[in-house]
Design a protein. Structure first.
Length: 108
């Protein structure tokens, strides 16, 4: 991504007690929103532990890179000038739909 520096995810992994080699990190509010909707979110918010989700490696291709990514791409197309609240609402919708597949689970 552009000039965005990704901070260390070590704290996330240590706080949720997951083995980083078995998981990928999903950002509930995607990293892309920083560039697509400048000024709505800070890098600190995007990379905060509250915004990170663990997804098992075997779910990465289908769930993370296809299903969730497709939902975000549809959102970007239909919301060229989204508000902060619309983005938060979309992230919450995705958490509710797929949160049971995240580690630790969201919404259970």
């Amino acid at each position: 991504m552009g000039g965005i520096k990704k901070p260390s995810q070590d704290l996330f992994w240590s706080e949720c007690y997951l083995n980083a080699s078995d998981y990928v990190v999903h950002h509930s509010v995607e990293q892309q929103v920083i560039e697509k909707y400048p000024g709505l979110f800070t890098e600190q918010e995007i990379y905060s532990n509250e915004n990170l989700r663990g997804i098992r490696g075997e779910f990465d291709t289908n769930l993370h890179q296809k299903v969730i990514k497709s939902e975000w791409m549809d959102f970007y197309r239909s919301h060229p000038t989204a508000t902060r609240q619309q983005i938060i609402d979309k992230a919450t919708e995705i958490d509710k739909k797929y949160g049971h597949l995240f580690d630790p689970p969201i919404g259970e």
